[in-house]
Every structure is written in C-alpha cells, then in structure tokens.
Design a protein around this ligand. Structure first.
Ligand SMILES: [Zn+2]
Length: 472
C-alpha cells in the first residue's frame, strides 16, 4: 500500500475513456496467452487430481456433498450424453444450483441450464472426462438466457498481487534469489483461483487480455476507489479525503435493505466505501469502521473481532489487521448474514512485497487463495437460496523489480480480474481486443444486480467479455 509516488494532485474528475485503437493480438501474444492457459490448466488438473484423491479418503466432495458412488464405464458414457441427467443427479455449484429449487420459474431454470452447459462446455481442462457434458440442441437454443437476479456478490481484492504470479506462477528468478525451497517452487500458487478460472469462471489480465488501474498513480486508495465507485477517480494517493460522491455501496443501500459489508485488513479502505458509510457494515483494520460493532452479532463473531484487535499489525503497520483474521470475520459474516454485497480486502501480499520478501509474498498469496477456496465453499453451501457471483482482483500491479509500485513504474498499472458464478461466462482466460480498467468492475456488478447504468463521464463500462447477459 505504501506509495513511492505521493503526488497530492487532486485534479478534477477525468473522463473514463478506453485507450484508443485496437490492440492487435499478434503471434507473440497468442503464444503467451496459450502459455497462461496451459499453466492454469496444468495447475487446475493437478489440484483436481489431488482433490479427487482426498475425496476417495473422505468420501466427501470439495463442497461438502457426498461423493457419488462409482459407476461403470457404460453408465459414465450414458451420463455424459445426458446433460439433464447430469444436472439432476449431481450437486451443482452455487451458480447453477437454483435448478433444484421448485420455486424458480421455468424461464429461470432454462437460463440456469444454459449457464451450466456454457460452464462445462468451455471447461477445456478442468473437470475429468466423466464430468463433461455435451451441449444438447435444446440447451444450445438457450444461448441467450435472461439476466439472472443475483442475491449475493462477493468482491475480493488481494492487495498488490501481480498478474505474473496469478497466470504464470512463481517467478523462477525471484525464487532463486530468495533461496526458496524446491517444494515451494513446485506447488501451485493459487489452486482455488486456477480452478475457478478453469472450471466455472473467466479471467482477464493474462497476456493479450489486459486490465489496468487507471492511475496515474498506481497505489492502493485510488485503486480501491475505482473498484468501489465504478469510476475513474481523482484520488491520487493513499491520503485522499473520505469520498464525497455516491459509491456502488451507496446505490446498493438505496435499492434494498439487505446487508452490505466491507471487511478489510487495511484501515484506509474505510474512506472510500460509501458517501454514507452508516448504511454499510465496515470493519477496516483492527479497530477502524464506524459500524464495526454490527459484526458482534454473536459471541463467536465478537471474539473474532476482539482477538484481531488485540493482535499485532505485522506484517503491516498502523492499524493493519492480519489477513487470516480478516478472512475469518468475513467468511463467518457471509455464512451467517448472507449479505447482498461483501467486499473482502486482503493486504499481506503487498506488505511482504514492500519488504522485498518474495517467499512472504508467495505465502500470503497462498493464504489468500485458501480464503478464496473457503468463500467458494460458503457460496456453494448457500446456493439453494442465493444465486451468487464472486470476483477476485487486485488494486494495482507491481514494478518489474517486484518490490515497488506507483506512477514511477507504469508496468504496475497491470492488474487482473477473475469472475465466476451467476451471470458470468465460464470462458477461462478471456482474450480481449481492448484493455479494461478497474473502473469497469463496478458497472459489471451493477449490471448483474440490474441497477441502472451510471451515466457520469468518469464511469467505466460493463465488461461484456465476462457477463453472459450484457448491460441493462
Ligand atoms: Zn503497496
């Protein structure tokens, strides 16, 4: 989060234009993109294999559902030919499980069937062969489903995690320099995120599919402002005053009484949550957040909050809260209160990176990925009543040297975005002709919730490559 470029230029609102000109994806980019896909496919397959091995031992699937009894080859073949049978016989992930609900309209069920078909048909490398399904003619005819009505969106930000680690894995040069153990280098860095990309989601930010912070100073508070407002921001550093324009959370609060929450390790995110933060449950850092006492909804929740408040801020400073504590508080709140929107901000990767500690940075990414896995499980468990979407992103990238970021290092504008769930195309790594920006995440979430488009000049655009249904 620390900035080496502390420009305090509070310039006025800037129009949010896409960079002009088509980006021609050449041979080099296509090769690089293929490498990213291969890395994710390999990582996901390895993870899946390990998970299936564990399932044999435990008799449970990763989402807690009982493992299905083994079937012979003929039965598997028959099942693969019948997508309908697959849907009704397997426990579906959270973005399709409404197919089981008797209360949903037939139109919704059809859209869910189409989502399922799209999800598995585009899964080039994720699930094992016996879980793949072919798109039936009737399912293909449903290729334009109506916009789903989401009840939950979770947005996770991993502070200062580079696209290189997400799509290519551990940097061999930095690993060598820091004497990382071989086992550490070999293990998949983000198995849960990779599995999301490979089996039920889509990713932007690999080579040939750029998404950037708008800058011009690529530090945390401007990045989070972009994310939570859906607009390019005038905030230029980490000392910006509290936001005075409505954010995505203000608009969500105005549209529904359902709970909204922002739970973050870094305290300053509090400044950009909402113009009227009293309507949002905010716990930022160990003790910040005027509404943090709303998280004392029972004894266990209060204990989580207090234990974290009394702990050290290391590896951060000031009021920083450890990611493990932030993640535990957010996960429990998600399960117990089912908020309409949950923002989870994890900050340790950036803290370790500023210390030049590559193994620490890698370890923090691994820990954050485990929290993402827990979120997926929580959303799976809530699937019967809460069609949901999950996004994972970062506020800024890093310099080529890894340690720094900011306006002095233009390459640190490169970020990434992973989305999965209801209304999200399961396309894997998405090629794009034009770069997107962090300011496009808010409009995409607005579209998924069915909110009206933000007409301000600085507003971003819906990321059409991610959503299945387009803007309202
Ligand atoms: Zn930083």
């Amino acid at each position: 989060m620390a900035s080496s470029d502390a420009s305090n230029d509070q310039a006025g609102e800037q129009p949010m234009g896409r960079e002009t000109g088509m980006v021609v994806v050449g041979q080099r980019e296509r090769r690089a993109e293929r490498r990213s896909r291969e890395h994710i496919a390999r990582a996901s397959t390895d993870t899946h294999r390990r998970r299936r091995k564990r399932e044999v031992t435990t008799g449970r699937r990763f989402d807690g559902a009982p493992r299905r009894p083994a079937r012979n080859a003929a039965a598997r073949t028959h099942r693969a030919r019948s997508s309908h049978q697959h849907i009704t016989s397997a426990r579906a992930p959270w973005h399709i499980e409404r197919a089981h609900s008797v209360s949903v309209s037939s139109r919704s069920v059809l859209s869910v069937l189409a989502l399922l078909t799209t999800s598995f048909a585009s899964c080039a490398a994720g699930p094992p062969a016996q879980e793949r399904v072919e798109a039936t003619p009737s399912a293909r005819a449903l290729a334009s489903p109506p916009r789903p009505v989401l009840t939950t969106v979770v947005l996770v930000a991993l502070d200062g995690v580079r696209w290189q680690e997400v799509f290519r894995g551990i940097d061999p040069v930095l690993a060598e320099k820091s004497h990382m153990a071989q086992d550490d280098r070999d293990a998949d860095l983000a198995p849960n995120i990779h599995r999301l990309i490979a089996t039920r989601g889509a990713a932007l930010g690999a080579d040939g599919a750029e998404i950037r912070a708008s800058g011009p100073n690529f530090v945390s508070l401007p990045g989070y402002t972009e994310m939570l407002t859906g607009r390019r921001s005038a905030c230029r550093d980490n000392d910006c005053a509290p936001i005075d324009r409505p954010t995505l959370l203000d608009e969500l609060a105005a549209s529904s009484p359902s709970p909204l929450a922002v739970i973050s390790s870094w305290e300053r995110i509090e400044r950009v949550v909402a113009r009227e933060p009293g309507r949002v449950v905010v716990s930022a850092g160990r003790t910040h957040g005027a509404t943090r006492d709303a998280l004392r909804y029972d004894g266990e929740a209060a204990r989580l909050l207090d234990d974290a408040a009394n702990a050290s801020s290391w590896p951060g400073g000031d009021d920083f809260r450890r990611d493990a504590a932030t993640g535990a508080i957010a996960l429990r709140y998600l399960r117990e209160k089912r908020p309409r929107f949950l923002f989870l901000g994890l900050g340790e990767p950036d803290e370790f990176a500023h210390q030049g500690d590559y193994p620490g940075y890698v370890g923090a990414i691994r820990a954050a990925d485990r929290i993402v896995g827990e979120l997926v499980r929580a959303l799976d468990d809530m699937a019967d009543r809460s069609p949901a979407a999950l996004f994972v992103t970062t506020d800024h990238g890093r310099a080529a040297s890894f340690r720094d970021h900011g306006g002095d290092w233009p390459e640190s504008s490169r970020v990434w975005l992973v989305g999965a769930g209801a209304g999200i195309s399961a396309r894997g790594v998405v090629p794009m002709s034009l770069p997107h920006h962090l300011a496009d995440i808010g409009p995409t979430i607005r579209a998924l919730f069915g909110l009206a488009r933000d007409e301000s000049r600085s507003a971003g655009s819906v990321i059409d490559e991610l959503v299945t249904t387009g803007a309202p």
